[in-house]
Design a protein around this ligand. Structure first.
Ligand code: SIN
Length: 335
């Protein structure tokens, strides 16, 4: 190693699978492939110029399609990231992940990583074998962001298609496009292109070192139920009977809920289940006492968190012993 190489930051790349590690039998295939089969060393070998950006410490944490992400794997991942970032010789972490549940994992890490060092998730929409695969450039950009001093203290980030998003706000918005992520209410945090990292705004809500949440091994059962035409109470009743601790409603519009489902949820609240109103719309916020009276129902409004992120926050809050609707509302207003 020469002096220049030694002066480069050391970034840990933790691979979990996804399309970025996907392989198809034919280079023209961008949909029919198997996700999570290419190992981290091969992913890194496909990125020319990476060694000029950072020294890499690579680990294979999992090899899954992220549709199969589990809370057990979340515990492993968050714990490993916290351990690595506590080391003086690690300057940042990059996680390669599938796009499908990336926003959930990213938000979970945003609330449970206890370090100001950069943590950047990246992914790909095309498998590694595809013509114009997007993974190598996304990975190079993610390492570039993780190696940047400007990324410190910004919470967990997502580097994708030259954009930098906050884990809190980002969501997948396309089933096929390479430009697959947006932060609908807030916009991008910045961009990364040709080695240049520029942040245009910073994150205001608490995260990482300012978050009160810690990763848990005992994730409470929290499920998501949607409201739609003719929604019945069958699912909610079955969940309550199964011992669910929390339900997030993916409501219509501003978190409005079908009358039949509303009655079932009121009964769930009476049975001690925490109920959070989110929206299936994809952007906008759900206002407390807006389209439904949270005061009357005993529910909590999710604000700008989509149902999947609301579930993450509700699980962490319940795991920390916060069950009261007033306390939960304060947490949802804060985070
Ligand atoms: C996955 O989420 O693991 C598969 C889909 C993707 O990464 O785009």
């Amino acid at each position: 190693m020469n002096t220049h190489t030694l002066s480069l930051p050391q970034i840990a790349v933790l691979a979990t699978g996804g399309t970025i590690a996907g392989r198809a039998g034919d280079a023209s295939k961008t949909a029919g492939y198997k996700a999570g089969v290419v190992g981290v060393d091969d992913l890194l070998d496909a990125v020319p110029g990476l060694d000029a950006v950072a020294r890499i410490h690579a680990e294979q944490i999992a090899s899954i399609d992220s549709k199969d992400m589990s809370t057990a794997l979340w515990t492993t991942l968050a714990s490993r990231i916290n351990a690595l970032l506590a080391q003086d010789d690690i300057d940042g972490v990059v996680v390669t992940h599938g796009t499908d549940t990336l926003e959930e994992t990213a938000y979970m890490l945003h609330l449970t990583v206890k370090s100001a060092k950069p943590v950047v998730l990246t992914a790909a929409m095309r498998p590694s074998t595809a013509l114009s695969a997007d993974g190598p450039l996304n990975l190079l950009n993610a390492v570039t962001v993780a190696a940047s001093n400007d990324a410190a203290g910004q919470g967990v980030l997502v580097a994708f298609n030259n954009q930098i998003h906050s884990a809190r706000d980002v969501t997948k918005i396309s089933t096929y496009a390479v430009d697959a992520f947006r932060s609908p209410e807030t916009g991008v945090l910045g961009f990364v292109q040709d080695g240049r990292v520029e942040f245009q705004r910073s994150v205001t809500k608490p995260h990482t070192t300012a978050s009160q949440f810690v990763v848990t091994e005992a994730w409470p059962m929290v499920e998501i139920v949607a409201s739609y035409a003719d929604a019945s109470r069958v699912t909610v009743d079955a969940l309550v009977a199964a011992g669910v601790k929390g339900i997030v409603v993916s409501g219509t519009g501003n978190g409005s809920i079908h009358a039949t489902l509303t009655q079932a949820l009121m009964d769930a609240v009476k049975a001690g289940v925490a109920v959070v109103r989110a929206s299936r719309v994809g952007s906008g916020h759900v206002m407390r006492n807006g389209a439904a009276s949270d005061d009357a129902l005993g529910t909590v409004s999710a604000g700008t968190l989509n149902p999947y992120k609301a579930r993450v926050l509700l699980m962490l809050a319940l795991a920390a012993g916060s069950e009261d609707a007033v306390v939960l509302q304060r947490l949802f207003d804060t985070y």
